[in-house]
Design a protein around this ligand. Structure first.
Ligand code: PEP
Ligand code: MG
Length: 325
C-alpha cells in the first residue's frame, strides 16, 4: 500500500461541506475483507454469497455458509456487513441444474425465485446467517424482489428458521435488519408498499438498467444500449430515493454505477448518502466525494435530469468531473 493510499484510508468519505457519505465495499469472497479494510471501507455493503457456490466443487453445507459469514463479520470488527442471499441462476449457475433449460434465463427462475423454490438450498443459508449474526453486525438482504408476496414469503421462511434454531437451543440472533435490493422496475413502482416491510434498501443498478432498458446485461450485441446513466434509469433511482427518504428507510447504491466517479457524484446529487463499491475502487470514489460539495452535486443532478440520452449524461459528467476532481 502506497503512502497516498494509506493517508486516504484514514480520511473520512466526506464532501467539502462536511456531509459524511457511507462508503462500503462489495465482496464476493471472505478474503476480500482485507482489501476492504486496507482501503478504509465503512462496512460490507454487498456480500455476494453465491460465490460460495461458484468457487467450490460441491454444494456448500450450513457449516460452510456459517464459517464464511462468521469470518467476514469478525474481520469487519463491528462494522455492518450486508449479506445478500443466493443470487444464482442466469449468469451465475450452481452445481446441479436448479432450473431446466430456459429461453430467457434473466427473466426466468433466478435469484430469490430460485431460492424460494429450493428450500433445501435456501434454508441452510438463512440458518447460517442468523447463527453468524451473534459475532457482529450482520444484515440480511434479498435480491431481485419483484412482488410483495416474494418478500413476505422470504421473511416468513426466515421466521420459521429462527424458531427452529430457538427450539434446538442453537445460538443465533433473530432480530437482524432485513432489507431488499431494488433492481426490478416493478419494485420501484411499488416501493411505497415495500418500505413498510423492510429495514433498508439497496439499489442494484446493474439489474435495474437491464430490466428497465430491456437489454441483456451480458449480451455484447446490445452492450451500447446497456447504460446505468440512461435518463429512464436515473428517474427510477430518483424515485426510489424520494420514497425511501419520505419513509425514513436507509437506501444505498451497490451496483457498478456507484464506482464510476462522475456517476457517484450524480448519485449524491440525487440524494444518495451510502455507496458500495468493489474494494479496489474505494480510493477513487472517496477522492471524488472529498472534492465536491453537496450543492455542486445537486446542481449536477439538476442539469442531468434535463438531458435526454445516456451519452449526453456521460459527456456532461466527464466534463464536470474534469473541473472538480
Ligand atoms: C446489481 O444488479 O446491480 C447488483 C449489485 O447485483 P449483481 O450485479 O450481483 O446482479
Ligand atoms: Mg443484481
Amino acid at each position: 500500500l502506497t503512502a497516498r493510499l494509506a493517508e486516504l484510508r484514514d480520511l473520512p468519505a466526506e464532501t467539502v461541506d462536511g456531509t459524511r457519505i457511507r462508503l462500503s465495499a462489495n465482496i464476493e469472497f471472505p478474503y476480500e475483507t482485507a482489501a476492504a479494510l486496507e482501503r478504509g471501507a465503512d462496512g460490507i455493503g454487498l456480500y455476494r454469497t453465491e460465490f460460495l457456490y461458484l468457487s467450490s466443487q460441491q454444494e456448500p453445507s450450513e457449516e460452510d455458509h456459517y464459517e464464511a459469514y462468521s469470518q467476514v463479520v469478525r474481520e469487519m470488527n463491528g462494522r455492518p456487513v450486508v449479506i445478500r442471499t443466493l443470487d444464482l441462476g442466469a449468469d451465475k449457475m450452481g452445481h446441479r441444474p436448479l432450473a431446466e433449460h430456459e429461453h430467457n434465463p434473466f427473466l426466468g427462475l433466478r435469484s430469490i425465485r430460485l431460492s424460494l423454490r429450493n428450500l433445501d438450498v435456501f434454508r441452510p443459508q438463512l440458518r447460517a446467517v442468523l447463527r453468524a449474526a451473534v459475532h457482529g453486525d450482520i444484515r440480511l438482504m434479498f435480491p431481485l424482489i419483484t412482488t410483495i408476496g416474494e418478500l413476505r414469503q422470504a421473511r416468513m421462511l426466515l421466521n420459521v428458521v429462527a424458531e427452529d434454531l430457538k427450539d434446538s437451543g442453537i445460538a443465533h440472533r433473530s432480530d437482524i435488519p432485513v432489507g431488499m435490493m431494488v433492481e426490478v422496475p416493478a419494485a420501484v413502482v411499488m416501493l411505497e408498499h415495500f418500505v413498510r416491510e423492510v429495514d433498508f434498501l439497496s439499489i442494484g443498478t446493474n439489474d435495474l438498467a437491464q430490466y428497465t432498458l430491456a437489454v441483456d446485461r451480458s449480451n455484447e450485441y446490445v452492450a451500447d444500449l446497456y447504460q446505468s446513466s440512461d435518463p429512464a434509469v436515473l428517474r427510477l433511482i430518483k424515485q426510489s430515493v424520494t420514497v425511501a427518504d419520505k419513509n425514513e428507510i436507509p437506501i444505498s447504491v451497490c451496483g457498478e454505477m456507484s464506482s464510476n466517479p462522475g456517476r457517484a457524484l450524480l448519485l449524491l446529487g440525487l440524494g444518495v448518502r451510502h455507496l458500495s463499491v468493489p474494494p479496489s475502487l474505494l480510493p477513487r470514489v472517496k477522492k471524488a466525494i472529498r472534492s465536491v460539495s453537496i450543492q455542486q452535486c445537486k446542481e449536477i443532478a439538476q442539469r442531468v435530469m434535463t438531458l435526454e440520452a445516456a451519452r449526453d449524461v456521460d459527456l456532461y459528467l466527464l466534463d464536470r468531473l474534469g473541473d472538480l476532481v
